[in-house]
Each structure stands twice: as structure tokens, then as C-alpha cells.
Design a protein around this ligand. Structure first.
Ligand code: NAD
Ligand code: TYD
Length: 340
């Protein structure tokens, strides 16, 4: 695999993967293909923007012509698809874009990839396809029970990947990552949202009792996991990339406030997210069998992440303007008003 198309490579996890690959494989060309939605950000790629083996193309994965052109122009051997609408709350407000990118976009990428004869297609998926896990931990053969429009759209994309493998013999692999945190995450997700809000001493809207459980994975561990599965995963297989670090949301929130030296009184318990999954939990045994191990301890990783947002206001402050403020109003204004 010499020429790798990384779709959605300007987002949070995709950009960590691009930064990793450009440096780790100087003999490979890494082509980032991204629509640059509100979540795509070329600042995330500044650390590699001058590297000779890195290129950027703006385009939509659901645009057949644009995908075709990129595959031909760069003689692509492999596609790694990070491109997605990725925020559960936005999927509840309006699922439309989720179907466009996470379902139709994946189909177009597969179909053009097949015609072009690529060697491997790697789909980046999520633990949310398994749904709410009351007890135990999900393994790769467990059934899909997605509960949000986001999770359902990711499940739909994944099932199309499976169909292209079974029906057309395409060489595919799937990664299912758990909740990811780290630098360069758009400040709508829990860790960067609460960190940057708390820095400004604004209220932190914890949904419901805050006792939901998420399994946290550092973004650099996630990126290295995708690399490993891209290279060593068996065709047609899926692999959980689990942090195996389960935490209550309220504990993560309290810790962020402690790390920032801000008062716990900033916490507001607001009306819950609709259809909110109580717990995600997976086992990473299968990915470990390919030699992947997470390297970040959650407590140290969270501390370093909070410090990164403290030291990089240039990166996030300009994102919390314009359309972001409209999303904030829709998502939080009534919730916060109802409890104050
Ligand atoms: P993100 O929202 O930060 O980035 C998504 C990227 O995709 C952006 O750069 C955006 O511009 C691009 N994009 C969106 N629609 C596109 C389209 N139609 N064509 C081309 N590019 C498009 O997301 P993320 O958190 O980096 O997640 C990356 C992938 O990992 C997603 O597939 C997501 O489902 C999956 N995932 C995320 C997490 C997490 O905790 N963030 C956990 C597990 C899996
Ligand atoms: P999020 O970062 O949106 O990831 P996901 O929904 O994919 O797990 O949310 C992580 C957890 O934090 C989830 O249980 C919802 C909760 N949460 C809040 O309580 N308040 C918030 O404002 C946000 C964004 C999330």
C-alpha cells in the first residue's frame, strides 16, 4: 500500500492518523480527502502540511466524481474512511447529513474503490453500533442494536462494507473504537466542551444523573490501532479498539474541574439526551492479538489533554463562534434554563 486515501482526515481522529502515518511511513503517500464540514479543520494538519508525502484534496465522499478523480489522480491502493457526521446530539436534532455521509458516502467510497481495484478498504466505526451494554463487554460478533440516528447510520455504513466483502470479495476491515479524547477534538464532545466551558467559568450541562459510563481511548492509541488493523487485520473482519477505561461521566466532569482548579459548582444536571445509552463497554482482545495495545493511562492522558486545551486557545476559541453558537443555543439554552 503506497498511496493511501484518508477520508475525513481533517477531523479529530483522522488528523491524528494522518499525522502518525506521514511520519511513520515516509515511503507512503498520504492523501487526505475531506469535505471540511464544521468539524473539519486544516489547523489539525499543520504539523505535517509541509511534508512531501502529504497531500490535501477537498471533496465529499458521497460525490462519485470527486471520489473517482481522487482515486485516479493519486493511483490509490487503500482507503481508510474516517469521514462521518459524528455527534450524537446533532443526529438527534437532524439526522439528514448522517444518512448522506455515514451511509450513502460509505457506499460511494466502496463502489468506486471496487471499480478502481483498491487493495484494501478500512472503515472506521464505533462501539455505538452495539447499543446500550448493561452488563459485560461487547465482542466483535455481538449483534448490532444502535439507538441514536448517529449509531444507526454508522451501523448502516458498516453493513454495506460487509456486503461488499461477502458479495464482491472486496478486501475490507472495520475498526470499532470507543469514546476518544485528546488534542484537536471539536469542542462539542464531552472532554473539550467541558474543558473549554470551564476555563471560561461557564456552566457544565451534565445530562441526567451523569452516571452513564463511557470507555475512554486516547486519540493517538486509536490512530495507531487503525494503522495496525489496516496492515494486519484479516479481510472481512471487524476489530474493537477499546480503551478498557470505563468511567462515569460525572467523574470525568469532576476531574476536569479539579485539573483546571475550577469550582464543582459549575456542574448543572440538565434534562437527559433522548435515547441516551447508559453504558458502552468492549473487550479489545481481538485487536491485541494483532499486536495493538493502548499506551495511554486515562488519568495521565486526561491531564495532558486538559493542559493542551489550556495551552492552545488559538486552536479552539475561533471554533466557538458563528454556527457553533446556534448549535449551542438549540442544544443547551432550554436545558440550562429549566434547571437554573
Ligand atoms: P470529526 O467529526 O472530528 O471529523 C469528521 C471529519 O469528516 C471532518 O473532518 C469532516 O469535515 C469530514 N467529513 C464529514 N462529512 C464528510 C463528507 N461527506 N465527505 C468528506 N469528509 C467529510 O469525527 P471524529 O471524532 O474524528 O471521528 C472520526 C471517525 O471515527 C468517525 O467515523 C466516527 O464515527 C468514528 N469514531 C469516533 C469516535 C469518537 O469518540 N470521536 C469513537 C469511535 C469512532
Ligand atoms: P459525547 O462526547 O457526545 O460522546 P458519545 O455520545 O458519543 O458517547 O458524550 C459523552 C458522554 O457525555 C455521553 O454519555 C453524553 C454525555 N454528555 C453530557 O452529559 N453533556 C454534554 O454536554 C455532552 C456533550 C455529553
Amino acid at each position: 500500500m503506497n498511496n493511501i486515501l484518508v477520508t475525513g482526515g481533517a477531523g479529530f481522529i483522522g488528523s491524528a492518523f494522518v499525522r502518525h502515518m506521514v511520519v511513520a511511513y515516509p515511503d507512503c503517500n498520504i492523501i487526505c480527502f475531506d469535505k471540511l464540514t464544521y468539524a473539519g479543520n486544516l489547523d489539525n494538519l499543520l504539523p505535517v502540511s509541509d511534508e512531501e508525502n502529504y497531500r490535501f484534496e477537498r471533496g465529499d465522499i458521497a460525490d462519485r466524481r470527486a471520489v473517482q478523480r481522487a482515486l485516479d489522480d493519486y493511483a490509490i491502493d487503500a482507503i481508510v474512511n474516517f469521514a462521518a457526521e459524528s455527534h450524537v446530539d446533532r443526529s438527534i436534532l437532524d439526522p439528514d447529513a448522517f444518512i448522506h455521509t455515514d451511509v450513502v458516502g460509505v457506499y460511494i467510497l466502496l463502489d468506486e474503490g471496487k471499480k478502481h481495484g483498491i487493495e484494501r478498504f478500512c472503515q472506521v466505526s464505533t462501539d455505538e453500533v452495539y447499543g446500550d451494554i448493561h452488563v459485560g463487554r461487547s465482542i466483535e460478533d455481538d449483534r448490532f442494536l444502535p439507538n441514536s440516528p448517529y449509531a444507526a447510520s454508522k451501523a448502516g455504513g458498516e453493513l454495506m462494507v460487509r456486503a461488499y466483502h461477502v458479495t464482491y470479495g472486496m478486501d475490507t476491515v472495520v475498526t470499532r473504537g470507543s469514546n476518544t479524547y485528546g488534542p484537536y477534538q471539536y469542542p462539542e464532545k464531552l472532554v473539550p466542551f467541558f474543558t473549554t466551558e470551564a476555563m471560561d467559568e461557564r456552566m457544565l450541562p451534565v445530562y441526567g444523573d451523569g452516571k452513564q459510563i463511557r470507555d475512554w481511548l486516547h486519540v493517538d492509541d486509536h490512530a495507531r490501532g487503525v494503522d495496525r488493523i489496516l496492515r494486519f487485520g484479516k479481510p472481512g473482519e471487524a476489530y474493537n479498539l477499546a480503551g478498557e477505561n470505563q468511567r462515569l461521566n460525572i467523574d470525568v466532569t469532576r476531574r476536569i474541574l479539579e485539573l483546571l482548579g475550577k469550582p464543582q459548582s459549575l456542574i448543572r444536571h440538565v434534562p437527559d439526551r433522548e435515547g441516551h445509552d447508559r453504558r458502552y463497554a468492549m473487550t479489545a482482545e481481538k485487536a491485541r492479538s494483532l499486536g495493538w495495545n493502548r499506551q495511554f493511562d486515562f488519568d495521565q492522558g486526561l491531564e495532558a489533554t486538559v493542559r493542551w486545551y489550556q495551552e492552545n486557545e488559538w486552536w479552539w476559541r475561533k471554533l466557538k463562534t458563528g454556527d457553533y453558537l446556534e448549535f449551542y443555543r438549540q442544544q443547551y439554552a432550554d436545558r440550562l434554563e429549566s434547571v437554573s
